[in-house]
Design a protein around this ligand. Structure first.
Ligand SMILES: Nc1ncnc2c1ncn2[C@@H]1O[C@H](COP(=O)(O)OP(=O)(O)OP(=O)(O)O)[C@@H](O)[C@H]1O
Ligand SMILES: [Mg+2]
Length: 453
């Protein structure tokens, strides 16, 4: 497998090597160069000072003195006459030295010249300076062994090699760290996503730092948790739906069996058939509502915004539903002061109001009043409040009434014939409008629902 840490380490190594290589070459050359220059400078100036002494007071004594002085140092001196015949030297001359001395320099500057600079191959570095006064003339040759310089340079090379090896070791360490910090978490995350795609949502990823890798890990963990929740919700939802459908279907089945009996009065048969008809209606509404919610879930349900004139619109709806309220003996009042316009999907808005009024109708006693209040909110908003004087909702269940298939007091639901989908549909519709819905209720006193669009 091509590991990302290996790739990164390889790029890193190449970059470091190029940088370090260039730097080392530069340093190496510079150090050696200046060292050699220093060396030459020192023997040249020694030669020059001997020349000064010779020009000043040339005598045998002086010559001996110079030779004696140099024999105690690392450098050697050879003094010749103008024909390159050796007068005195601080040491026995070697063949190489003879060759250099016999190789006559033509024009020599006053400060002398380097005549052997090949420190790599020869034994001695050498310089020459000429001296001249009234009676004497000649050359001062200075020699210095090249081996200390060679030693120094090979030591330097050793140091550079060591630095190179050390940096390779550091790079290996970096590679190891990178693989620990980068590759391993990535492999863990890859395994986690594979588990997710197999449907195993119980992945646990280690907590990483606050970098991109940590973010990715957190996101995958969140995805896993969300998928788990969704799956649990779906299982629970399916269980509830099958339960919801089974109840009316059991009624239908039971009453059909009864209605099929031969010894039944026509009136009784009719009564049973009516029950069957009503239960079938419940099933149809339930399925329609579920379908509606499924459409909203898939997001392929669209809102068609239109300009709506408040009083006209609400009056029409109230008129449509008033007969149902009248037949239950409940008063329905619309309070809408000045007409104003707002934007909403008229069909969806009617659906919301119908669902809410259906609840007020179902959960109110005769002779109570349901009030629909329409107000203009700031910046084109519409505020709709529906107050009823019905049975109310217990405070601890208030937060759950918007959940799908949730009903207060399930055992009594048959009495009202609800399926617990109305409010969840209303909530989805309000949210699709980008609006807000809230509910307040007091048990036995009534319920108030407020929608802001
Ligand atoms: N105005 C209200 N007064 C008292 N209880 C209410 C009122 N509105 C809703 N509820 C309670 O909240 C529950 C959920 O309401 P929702 O409209 O979602 O379902 P439903 O009316 O039971 O069935 P559906 O609307 O699907 O026919 C209801 O079962 C009821 O117990
Ligand atoms: Mg309802």
């Amino acid at each position: 497998m091509n590991k990302i840490s290996t790739k990164l380490a390889a790029y890193f190594t190449i970059a470091v090597f190029i940088m370090e290589g260039l730097l080392m070459l530069y340093l190496h050359d510079n150090i050696i160069d200046s060292r050699i220059q220093e060396e030459f400078q020192s023997i040249l100036s020694r030669g020059n000072s001997h020349r000064d002494v010779l020009e000043d007071r040339y005598s045998n004594n002086t010559l001996h003195h110079i030779a004696l002085m140099e024999s105690k140092t690392e450098t050697e001196v050879v003094i010749t006459d103008k024909n390159h015949h050796v007068i005195i030297s601080s040491k026995q001359l070697t063949n190489g030295m003879h060759e250099l001395i016999n190789d006559k320099p033509n024009s020599l500057p006053r400060e002398g010249r380097v005549i052997e600079a090949n420190w790599k191959d020869v034994n001695y570095l050498a310089t020459v300076t000429s001296y001249k006064n009234d009676s004497n003339e000649g050359y001062v040759y200075m020699f210095k062994s090249a081996s200390p310089l060679r030693n120094l340079i090979s030591k330097l090379n050793g140091h550079f090699l060591l630095a190179g090896i050390m940096s390779i070791m550091i790079l290996a360490g970096i590679h190891f760290l990178l693989s620990k910090m980068l590759t391993r978490p990535l492999i863990k995350m890859k395994k986690a996503t594979e588990e997710l795609s197999k449907g195993n949502f119980e992945v646990r990823l280690p907590k990483l730092g606050k970098d991109e890798l940590g973010d990715l890990s957190t996101s995958i963990q969140k995805l896993a948790n969300d998928l788990e929740t969704i799956q649990n919700d779906r299982t629970e939802f399916l269980a509830t739906i099958s339960h919801e459908l089974r109840t009316p279907l059991t009624y239908v089945q039971g009453y059909t069996n009864v209605a099929l009996r031969d010894d039944l009065l026509e009136a009784e048969r009719k009564e049973y058939l009516t029950i069957i008809q009503e239960e079938s209606k419940t099933i149809v509404t339930l399925i329609e509502n579920l379908f509606e919610l499924a459409k909203m879930d898939e997001n392929n349900f669209s809102i068609h915004m239109e300009t709506i004139y408040s009083t006209t619109f609400f009056l029409k709806i109230i008129n449509k539903i008033t007969p149902a309220f009248k037949s239950q003996g409940i008063h329905l009042v619309l309070s809408s002061k000045d007409e104003f316009s707002f934007h909403a999907d008229p069909i969806r808005l009617e659906q919301m109001i119908m669902n809410l009024l259906d609840n007020s109708l179902k959960y109110s006693k005769p002779d109570s009043t349901t009030t629909v209040i329409v107000e203009q909110g700031e910046s084109g908003k519409m505020i709709l409040t529906i107050n009823d004087e019905g049975i109310g909702i217990p405070p601890n269940e208030l937060s759950q009434v918007f959940n799908r298939l949730y009903r207060v007091e399930k055992s009594r639901s048959r009495e009202f014939g609800g399926s617990g989908l109305g409010l969840s549909i209303v909530k989805e519709l309000v949210e699709a409008h980008g609006g807000h819905i809230s509910i307040e209720s007091e048990l036995g006193k009534g319920t108030s629902i407020k929608i802001i669009l």
